[in-house]
Design a protein around this ligand. Structure first.
Ligand code: GCU
Length: 660
């Protein structure tokens, strides 16, 4: 059967063998005593009906109350959404015995998450009677940030045009908006910022608020709150004021009135996301004020109705020493000054969504500030939607990092949340490639439970999305688990970063060095010369290392003890320096590029063997993407090696393959 991927991981494909027999042995009765007219419970019931019918091949008998006398020879699925012993915030418990499965929660949203969890287990082929599982979200805020512009273009989007149809809203609500909410709710996403952080002020006008209202009303049953990116200079851009100074009373009054307008239309409006004084965006520093002045002014306007999420992604050309240091330098001194309803949203690493970065030193350094992790689901620097790269291992790596100050990054952000820059678009398969759906899925699952292993997530996703066949599933999981490291190896091995060509950030361009702003040039990051390569961030260089806690800084200060994956991020190393592996740096670097190419070839071989296990349409689509990736991994490797050779004059090490 042809599959176009629109159903994502919610295909509810009928299981085979014993699990199928068990599920279709008896008629299925679906019932709840909870208020059927509650929109979230209604959505949960509808999803269960749809999922169970698809999985079992039977018609589900839906009852308005749970039968009191015990029914024999039926499978009974029941929902109780006011169970006093279950925690709030989306927690649920699933219990089953003798063909009776109950979903228990203390609130409707817990029932909805429980319903999706049950369908997930059944989709994975788990037997009905073995389902016993309780879960609660680790983080209160699990958000997507859309970098979607009002004209339909998605900044760093590789899956077609924006899914938001501002042109026809509020009258016309595309069915896709409901399918999108279902997909999000199935993985626990509970907040969506609908527009780009590079925001247009007019999106704060009343005509847009009416559109947000329609979306918010549609998403509310799914537990999703809507947020909007706000342009800091809006009081001047659309408000007729001559300043946007956050301490100016007229500016404060303007934002207060604006927030009131939002809350009149959308009573559970989440709040504003702000990119300020970054990459040319306006901000409080334009008026001699701090980030805290700006954020707190908006926080006051929103009040206890919502949240202001202020991004820490700042850098400017004035700071010539090291872009990696700027956010920490600007924000850490403000620790303790932000209002309670302000969250500072920090990218996983100190530069910008590279295939690998060390964790951002702000994590753990602001104990009196709400910090949230920002990850990029869309693969701006990881081969867009053409290269297969499963990102959960990258996020897991950051979440598990010990900050040396306040536990792991996961522990620092768990009281607050995680935001992911969405990879969705209007492509039929939502994300531009089938495997990129896994990154959306994994983001939600990790925000729900950062202790889940990437491999576990890959397995869950693959069995719902592609196949439960154990051998095929193993092969798909193995491909996914090696994929991101392969990209690191062929693009930015050993701690190199930002070598992608300017603007689009796709192919290799380590040679670019003539852009006006130094930190936009790849040569700024690799610093290769005849002697060696890498960015010296020790005390002899930019001293960015000093932003990390002492025990980490000490370990990373020594090229012999630093994790080799971060070597050239922190050190300028001679081409002929001996590494702990016994190889010279040059030999190790070339070997890494080769490893990257070999890994992609291995992924393509693994996939080629799956032709019988996967539907032809998706099999072909993935095969073709892998063909591109095999070609472009070589492009990366050969162009990079050739360029380094033009600087160091060294031959390709013995035994290694010669560039094609
Ligand atoms: C990256 C990306 C930009 C984006 C920015 C941000 O630099 O290339 O397109 O606007 O991040 O996170 O704000």
């Amino acid at each position: 059967k042809a599959e176009d991927g629109y159903g994502l991981w919610l295909r509810y494909a009928p299981p085979e063998g014993e699990a199928k027999a068990e599920l279709s042995r008896h008629p299925i009765v679906l019932a709840t005593n909870s208020q059927q007219d509650n929109p979230t419970i209604a959505v949960a019931m509808a999803e269960l009906e749809r999922g169970l019918e698809s999985l079992s091949g039977l018609d589900v008998d839906r009852r308005a109350s749970v039968p009191t006398s015990s029914l024999s020879d039926v499978t009974l699925i029941s929902l109780q959404c006011d169970h006093p012993q279950i925690a709030g915030g989306g927690a649920f418990s699933l219990n089953s015995s003798s063909s009776k499965v109950s979903i228990l929660a203390s609130e409707p949203i817990g029932c909805l998450y429980g319903a999706f969890a049950l369908l997930r287990s059944l989709s994975e082929g788990e037997p009905l009677d073995s389902i016993a599982y309780s879960s609660a979200p680790a983080m209160p805020l699990r958000m997507l940030n859309h970098w979607d512009n009002p004209d339909g273009h998605v900044e760093r989007g590789y899956a077609g045009r924006s899914i938001f149809d501002w042109w026809h809203l509020p009258e016309r609500l595309d069915q896709r908006m409901i399918d999108y909410a279902r997909a999000n709710a199935s993985i626990g996403i509970n907040g969506v910022v609908v527009n780009n952080v590079n925001a247009r002020a007019f999106m704060l006008e009343q005509r847009y608020i009416a559109k947000y209202k329609r979306l918010a009303d549609a998403w509310r049953p799914f537990g999703i709150r809507l947020y909007v990116s706000a342009r800091f200079s809006a009081p001047q851009d659309i408000g007729g004021l001559n300043t946007s100074d956050p301490l100016d009373p007229a500016v404060r009054a303007w934002w207060k009135a604006k927030a009131d307008e939002f809350y009149r239309a959308v009573p559970d409006f989440g709040g504003f996301l702000v990119k300020a004084n970054s990459e040319g965006q306006p901000g409080p520093q334009d008026f001699g004020r701090t980030h805290a002045d700006g954020a707190n002014m908006l926080a006051e306007a929103v009040g206890n109705r919502g949240t202001v999420i202020w991004r820490a992604f700042v850098y400017s050309e004035e700071d010539e020493t090291d872009r990696a240091k700027q956010a920490y330098a600007e924000f850490v001194p403000l620790d303790g000054q932000f209002a309670d309803n302000v969250i500072i949203q920090v990218k996983n690493g100190p530069i910008d969504f590279q295939p690998r970065e060390p964790y951002h030193p702000m994590f753990g350094a602001m104990p009196n500030t709400n910090l949230m992790l920002e990850a990029q689901i869309t693969k701006e620097y990881l081969g867009f939607a053409s290269h297969l790269a499963f990102l959960a291992p990258m996020w897991e790596e950051v979440l598990d990092e010990q900050t040396g100050r306040a536990g792991t990054v996961a522990e620092v952000v768990s009281p607050v949340g995680m935001a992911g820059v969405a990879n969705t678009g209007s492509d039929r398969n939502w994300t531009g490639s089938h495997f990129d759906q896994a990154n959306w899925y994994a983001f939600g699952r990790l925000a729900w439970d950062p202790d889940l292993s990437s491999e576990h997530i890959a397995r869950e996703w693959a069995s719902q999305t592609f196949t439960r066949d154990p051998q095929a599933n193993d092969a798909i999981v193995a491909m996914m688990m090696r994929s991101r490291e392969a990209v690191v190896s062929y693009m930015t091995p050993l701690g190199l970063a930002h070598l992608m060509d300017t603007g689009h950030h796709y192919g290799p361009a380590p040679w670019v060095c003539d852009l006006a702003r130094p930190e936009w040039n790849p040569c700024y990051y690799h610093r290769a010369d005849a002697e060696g390569i890498g960015f010296d961030r020790t005390v002899h260089g930019s001293d960015a290392l000093s932003q990390y806690p002492d025990e980490i800084a000490e370990r990373w200060d020594d090229p012999a003890t630093i994790d080799p994956r971060f070597l050239l991020w922190f050190h300028h190393v001679a081409w002929d320096a001996k590494l702990s592996s016994g190889e010279t740096l040059w030999e190790a670097l070339v070997a890494e590029y080769d490893r990257g190419v070999e890994e992609v070839d291995a992924m393509a071989r693994q996939w080629a063997e799956l032709s019988d296990a996967i539907d032809p349409q998706r099999f072909r689509a993935v095969s073709e993407s892998l063909e591109i990736q095999c070609k472009e991994a070589r492009w990366w490797r050969d162009a990079s090696i050739a360029y380094w050779q033009s600087i160091n004059g060294l031959p390709v090490p013995n035994g290694a393959r010669q560039p094609a």
